[in-house]
Design a binder for this molecule. Sequence first.
Ligand SMILES: Nc1nc2c(ncn2[C@@H]2O[C@H](COP(=O)(O)OP(=O)(O)OP(=O)(O)O)[C@@H](O)[C@H]2O)c(=O)[nH]1
Ligand SMILES: [Mg+2]
Length: 200
Amino acid sequence: MRVLRAEFVKSASKREEWPREPFPEVAFVGRSNVGKSTMINRLAQKEGLARVSSTPGRTRRLNFFDLELQAGGRKHSIRFCDLPGYGFAKVSKLERMQWAKMIETYLRERELLCGVVVIVDARVGPTEDDLQMIEWLKATERPAIVVATKLDKLGKAKRIPTVRAIERQLSLPVIGFSALDGTGWEAVWKAILAQASASE
Ligand SMILES: Nc1nc2c(ncn2[C@@H]2O[C@H](COP(=O)(O)OP(=O)(O)OP(=O)(O)O)[C@@H](O)[C@H]2O)c(=O)[nH]1
Ligand SMILES: [Mg+2]
């Protein structure tokens, strides 16, 4: 499995701005600062592709990326969508409602969307917002790929048991990931490709 190409396409807030080429699309959702943009950069093997910030709540629009992956003897075109994080306290209620609306409209109406990567912090486990997102995706029949990230911040002996505990809590498979050391890179890509292939 090899990434051949990864590039930023555009930022969008309104539906009219969503890219039109019919590539299978995968969205990345999760709490603000959980590591969505960093995960995209790591999967794409391209530092600085998606903007990473030490200030939470920086991603305020939908950011689209086009990738080409070599896997299983063929090339796959896949589009990523980096969504603004939820649960960030330091913004006004109005702004939070606008974000929620933007995310919900996208997740509900984006026809090319074939999977949603829900990212949780391995050290924290699923928050109330994460649980709501997972329930909501289930109700709208959007397939969720749950990934527990920042695994490198846990002691080695705690990593697998922590991922298993989150699986039990959610009754869903969970992939352990670290953008720092690359744990889970292949597993996340495999899950994404499986969703993309199922939608073809
Ligand atoms: N140690 C470690 N740090 C990580 C990992 N992933 C992300 N980070 C750090 O977490 C912080 C937030 O990462 P971002 O990728 O900007 O998070 P985000 O979810 O895109 O945040 P918003 O766009 O604000 O919603 C940055 O300081 C990253 O370097 C990881 O796997 N391990
Ligand atoms: Mg981000």
